[in-house]
Structures are given as C-alpha cells and as structure tokens.
Design a protein around this ligand. Structure first.
Ligand SMILES: [Ca+2]
Ligand SMILES: [Ca+2]
Ligand SMILES: [Ca+2]
Length: 782
C-alpha cells in the first residue's frame, strides 16, 4: 500500500497524499549500518570484481558502502534474494547512489539489476545522478510468472560497455550505495490524492467513486444510491487502474446528508452475485429508490440494472436496509409485456410514485439496429414506461414506448406542480444524421407531459438539462441523473470523472463520481440548463456537534478509506450499517463543514477509536487543515481495542469547519475511528436579562443621552445605568418594568458613544450580575 502512495506521489506530486505503510523490507542491512553484512561483490561473470568497504559518508544513518577497484560495469554491491522473492509478484525498490570522481562525467546513470541466474539480467530501477549528490533509484518491478527464482540476486551497476577499461573514469568510477529497500507491492484502493478541495461541494465524496447517483429524500435527509465503480478500481504500481468495465460491479454504494456538504458513508449494499440479496442477478448498475406504505408498513424499493439484460428490485426496511429479496427473480425481462423489441436494453430503471400511490417504472436504452439511419439514431424508441403493481415488485399491464429524441439510457421520472418530467441521456450517435432540433450527443435531455404514462412523443421534448460532462471537466463519458427536492429547493444529481482525473493528474479510466447542482425552473415549468462545476451547492444547514457523529461523515478528506464493521450505527440505529475510517497514516485528515458550537461553545471532543500502534494522535483544528491545533487527543490505549478518548476544548464557539488531522509514526497504520461527539458547555452561567437601548437627542441647545433598560427576566433586578455624563441606579426593577434616565451632557454637541448597564438579581438562590453595552449616535444641537 505504501508503494501505491509512493508511485502516485511521483506521478502527481501536486495532488498526491501521504504515503501508506510499507510491506517489510526484504533486503538485509539495506542501510549498511551493520557494515557489509549481507553484501558481497557481484560475481556473475569471471571478469567481475571490486572491493566493498564501509564508509561514514552515508545518505542516512552512520554508514554506507563504498565500491572501489571495479573491473567491469557490473561490478557493484550485490545481495542474494534467492527464495525471498516470488515469480509473478510485484516489488517496490528504492536505493541511494552517489559518485564523486572529479574526472567522471557531470552526470551518470546507475542501475539496480536483478540477476536470476544464467544470463538473465533485468534492470529493475535506475537513476541519472549529478556528480557529488545522492540520487534516488525508485521503481517497481514484476518478476515474470515463469521465472525461476532459486537464484535471484540484486546488484548495483553502471551501463554496460564492451571495453570499460578504455575510459575508467567514465565507466568504472567508485560509487557509494545506501538505504536499499525491496518490498512487496501490495495493491491498495485507498485514494491518497486530494480529490475534493476544501470549500467545494463536488465531487460529493473523494475516498471512493460512485456513479449513476439516484437521490431519495426521507425524513429531511437525501440518500444517494450509486453504481459502485470502486469495485472495478484496481490501481497498479503506477497508481493507475485498468479501465472500468462495469462487469464486476454487483454492489450499490449509499451516502446521505441533511446539509448537502457533510456526507455520511453508509457503505455498500450487496445486491447481486453469489453473496448478494438478489442472487439471481449478476450486476447492480444504475439504482433507483422509492418508498411506499404497503400493508400498513413503509417499505423501501431499490431497483437496479442487471447489466443490459433486465432490471430487478430488492426491498428494505429503511433507506439503508436491512434488505430482502421478495421476488426471487428479475422484475423486467424480455418477457415483460411491451418491454423488449429484441434490440433494446432492459436496464436503467427509474422509479416514481405518484400522489395517488400508483408506482411507475421507466427503463430501457440502447436500440442501435445497425442501420445507421437517421430514424434509428434520432428515434431508437428503446425506452419504456410501465405501471408497477401495488406491491411495487410487480408490473401491471403493458410497457409503453417512450419516443425521446436521440435517447440512449438513464431514464428518470419526476413530478413538479402537476407536470411530469422524463429526463434521459442522449446517445452518442448511431451513424445516422443527428436531428439538430433534438439534444446534442451524450447530454441529459427531458420531456414534459400531463401524465406519467405520457404519451411520451417527440412533441413532448423540451430541451436539455445538462451537457456532456466533458463540457465542464475535460473528461466526458456517459452520464446519469436524478432530481430531488429538499427544503423547498430542487437539485440535480449527475456524475463526472473528476476524482479519477485528480488521482491520475488528468487521464481517466471510466471511474465516476457523484456531483450536485441546483435545479431551477422557468415560469412555464421548463428547466433552466444546469452547468457543471466543482463548487456544487451551498450547505443548507449547520452541523450540530452535540451528539454522536459517525466518523464516516466527511466534508473533505485526504488519504483515508472506510470499511463496514459489525454492529449497527450509534447515529442511525442498530439496523443501519456502521462504518469506520481506516488506512489512517501520518498526515491523513478528515473534516466536518460548518459545525455550530453555539454561543456557549464546546468543552470537549470525544473520539471512539481503535489504536493500532503506539504514539498516534488526533489533532483538532478550526477552519483549515493547517490552522493552529485547538485540542489533541493522544491515542494512547490498548492496541486493537475500541475505546473512547477525550480532549478538552476551550473557547470553541460559533460556526467553524472542523479538521481532524492525524499524526503518528511514519509508515504505520495509526488507528481506526468509529465516531465523534462534542460536549456542550453545560450551563452558560445564568444571566440577568435586560433589554438596553440608548439614544441621543436635543432639548433646546443641550444634548442629552437617554438610556432605557427593560427587565426582561423573571426576578426583580437592581439596574445601574453608566454613561460618560453620569450614573443612575434603580433598585427593585420588577419584571417587565424599566429603569430610565436622560443624562444632560451639558454641551451643545455629543459624539457617538456607548453606555454600560449592569443588572444584579437573585437567580436560583445566587446573586448574579450581568452587563450590557448599548450605543448611541452623535447629536448636534443649535
Ligand atoms: Ca546508512
Ligand atoms: Ca491513508
Ligand atoms: Ca462509524
């Protein structure tokens, strides 16, 4: 895992994150701190020869190795790795080299080379280094699957030449080696790059991917169900994954938020495949969610595409499960009346329940008949709408054709102000001339009608909602959308390969991330086109810290991953899945946006953590990940056990972004975090409640400052009015009554200023004094 991070850092230095812990070093005495133990001179050829000796001129530690008296270019320090490395495995290598001969070239190339016996030599790492400086050999290599490793030796050398003795300063110079390491490359899917910039809303999450987001609002939260692209994400030693084929995807990722900035990771629903809820299905793409009360119980229906061949549904007890298979087979197949024309795909279910409780499913796509005709391109008629049974897991009647211009996939049905909207993704061209009156290719377009069943004719086409993501983000590709309403505002979900491109520094391999945008309408109900961006939408409410907050609630982060653990969620209930944050290295961090600590502030922060190594700590910072530390939780507790650790907070009030930055031994997996909670300052000390006003005025040519203090509390108070022009005390001001005085400034003019009013009362058996300031304006009297 370390190596993935290291390679990534090398590839995209600007965005790469901290490096993950390394597998053990296979090299013995790689730092030459034990002299020459484990090392000898390469002896692969009879002519090879050199002298190794320890030197105190080390890159690290107290010593390195010096190679002198080299007979061949291959003459250098060697270590025997026979039996320690395996064919077919990938290894990471690092080493430092240096040469100083003033008669040598200004720069020189060095190799790390594996000699597998016989004449099989393979360069596994290289660096061109400037004379007098330590250079870094860093790379990965895979031992070929058929390679015998009964002989496997690693050595350092300069480039081969037939007659090196003709120019010994160029080819046979002395050199030094230090800090040699070879460790197995362990693939990791942890994303170490910064994928979502602090302050921005898109992509919604940056520690995993998620495509085809379908939004579902329940009890003031929006849940987003997504095709789990992360299942296909397998970055190699260079940090880049092979292209997403979708073929291995059989789970659905769920996130939720009630503020649209802090997203809770609810993990993955095992939908299809041998371990899935719907074992009859192979894949779970493009989910769609609705709920309905059936037989007096609210049920949650999650529809999914079993690749292109059909669509299924599983049933949940809540938006996050538990999940059941109530049907036993696919809901939409070629046997569904009206569904198939023999060439369309039966995927991409979109579900809608009307106000009368009647459910509808739109589905379908594709439909290229190979004719390359304009008719087939612009009107493939490959998508459908069908009524759902009252149980939501059956269909009623026959599917009706939706004739959406240039339709391809991603159908979605919603209702607003009595109008029904069918939105969809347009195709990328089937070879015929594309009708300029329809949408552009690869865009999200829509139809409007007066009924969920349409009829959805080309005449109902109203335009586009969203152009291809390539318009805004460089990387294009397919798209998929949904529309939801939260707190009176409509929103639009789409996806883009933004995290993918940030990981690689530009290139994409089909890994998609969820985005949000506001969706606004014209007076006639048509939709204003949405623009893609990284900013996303505004956070719609502050986060309340005085409760359990799952640690998998994240606004922005770098370097962490999440995983499901046994047991339910403290925040979402015993039936809800619980995740923890893991793969936490020194330098990784997570954050919460706009946390409202209130006027009285917080007195402490508690983390439920599982220490994995001694010496880890959690630092709490406000409003930036490099801001001053306001509290530190030392993660000192028995290793491997869940425990709650607390740090005091002092003076943290008001609204702040909270950053948790993680520190500890370099190269170690530090700890896992399950949840956070903050403690509120228990009592603001009681206060004498006064409503204080001050004003200036003229009486004749004299300026006066008038002060009024109304007792807004429940107890009689003694009130003192302090001004630059005098003081007045009124005792026993009853609740609702006031103390008043107009102070003569004895001048014709008064500057703006402030009065101070103190109230003293007995509250809860204690004498309490509270002060208030009030400003008055300037006055000039003449
Ligand atoms: Ca050393
Ligand atoms: Ca990490
Ligand atoms: Ca948790």
């Amino acid at each position: 895992m370390a190596v993935a991070g290291a390679m990534l850092a090398a590839a995209v230095a600007a965005t790469a994150g901290p490096v993950q812990a390394a597998a053990p070093n296979i090299i013995v005495n790689g730092g030459f701190e034990d002299g020459l133990a484990g090392w000898f001179t390469n002896n692969g050829n009879a002519t090879d020869g050199a002298t190794l000796s320890p030197t105190t001129d080390a890159y690290a530690g107290a010593s390195a190795v010096l190679v002198t008296d080299r007979k061949t270019t291959g003459s250098g320090p060697m270590q025997d790795l026979s039996g320690k490395v395996q064919a077919g495995k990938t290894y990471a290598i690092t080493a430092r080299v240096k040469y100083e001969n003033p008669n040598s070239p200004a720069t020189k190339q060095f190799f790390a080379t594996m000699h597998y016996g016989g004449s099989t030599y393979t360069n596994v790492g290289t660096v061109t280094v400037a004379r007098g400086q330590w250079g870094l050999i860093q790379g990965t290599f895979t031992i070929p699957a058929g390679q015998s490793v009964t002989t496997a030796r690693l050595f350092f050398e300069t480039p081969w030449t037939s007659n090196p003795a003709s120019a010994p300063d160029t080819h046979l110079m002395d050199f030094k080696v230090d800090d040699v390491s070879v460790s197995e490359f362990v693939p990791s899917t942890t994303i170490e790059a910064l994928g979502k910039n602090p302050g921005e809303g898109n992509p919604l999450i940056s520690h995993k991917f998620g495509a085809d987001g379908n939004a579902f609002v329940h009890d003031g939260r929006v849940y987003i169900y997504m095709t789990n692209d992360t299942q296909e994400y397998k970055p190699g030693p260079n940090g880049v994954s092979p292209t997403n084929t979708y073929g291995g995807i059989n789970t659905i990722t769920v996130i939720s938020s009630d503020d649209l900035m802090n997203w809770v990771d609810h993990g993955e629903i095992p939908v299809a495949g041998p371990n899935g809820i719907a074992r009859y299905a192979n894949n779970s793409w493009a989910p769609a969610m609705e709920s309905k009360v059936v037989d007096g119980k609210e049920k949650f229906f999650l529809y999914f595409a079993n690749n292109g061949g059909g669509s299924g549904v599983i049933v949940g007890d809540s938006p996050v499960g538990p999940w059941h298979d109530e049907r036993g087979n696919l809901l939409i197949t070629s046997a569904t009346p009206g569904a198939s024309d023999g060439k369309n795909w039966l995927f991409d279910p979109g579900v809608f329940v009307d106000d009368d409780g009647q459910g509808y499913l739109v589905f379908g796509g594709g439909g290229d008949d190979g004719s390359r005709s304009a008719e087939n391109t612009n009107h493939p008629k490959s998508t459908r709408v069908i009524k759902l049974g009252d149980d939501m897991i059956s269909t009623k009647g026959s599917a009706e054709v939706i004739d959406a211009p240039l339709v391809f996939e991603a159908g979605h049905l919603f209702k607003r102000d009595g109008k029904y909207y069918y939105s969809y993704s347009s195709n990328f061209g089937f070879g015929g001339t594309i009708d300029p009156n329809g949408p552009p290719t690869g865009a999200i377009a829509y139809l409007m009608a007066d009924s969920p069943m349409g009829p959805w004719t080309p005449e109902t086409y109203k335009g586009i909602i969203f152009r291809n993501p390539g318009t805004y983000f460089g990387a294009g590709g397919n798209n998929h959308q949904s529309v939801f309403k939260l707190d009176g505002q409509y929103y639009f979900t789409y996806h883009a390969q933004t995290l993918n491109s940030r990981i690689t520094g530009g290139a994409t391999q089909g890994f998609r991330s969820p985005h949000l945008a506001k969706l606004d309408f014209n007076a006639d109900g048509t939709i204003k086109e949405v623009k893609g961006d990284y900013k996303g939408v505004e956070q719609i409410r502050n986060l309340d810290p005085y409760r359990v907050i799952e640690a998998e609630t994240i606004a922005w982060q770098q370097g962490i991953a999440t995983k499901k653990v046994d047991g339910g969620s403290e925040e979402f209930g015993a039936q809800a899945p619980n995740l923890v944050v893991h793969d936490i290295d020194n330098g990784d961090w997570t954050s919460l946006a706009k946390v409202d600590f209130g006027e009285n502030g917080a007195t402490g922060v508690t983390a439920k953590v599982r220490p994995l190594v001694a010496g880890g700590k959690i630092e709490i910072r406000l409003d930036g990940r490099t801001s001053p530390v306001v509290a530190t939780i030392p993660v000192d507790a028995p290793l491997g056990e869940w425990t709650k650790l607390t740090a005091k907070l002092d003076g943290v009030k008001g609204v702040h972004d909270v950053y948790f930055t993680y520190a500890g031994p370099e190269g170690a997996d530090l700890f896992e975090i399950d949840s956070w909670s903050f403690a509120a300052n228990p009592s603001s000390s009681p206060k004498v409640k006064l409503t204080v006003t001050a004003s200036s005025r003229c009486i004749g040519t004299s300026a006066y400052v008038a002060v009024t203090a109304v007792n807004a509390g429940d107890a009689p108070a003694t009130v003192t009015l302090n001004t630059p022009f005098g003081t007045k005390t009124v005792t026993d001001v009853a609740p609702g009554k006031q103390a008043y005085q107009s102070f003569n400034t004895r001048a014709a003019q008064v500057d703006a200023g402030t009065v101070t009013v103190t109230g003293t009362a007995t509250i809860g058996g204690k004498q309490v004094t509270t002060s208030y300031d009030a400003a008055y304006t300037a006055a000039t009297c003449r």
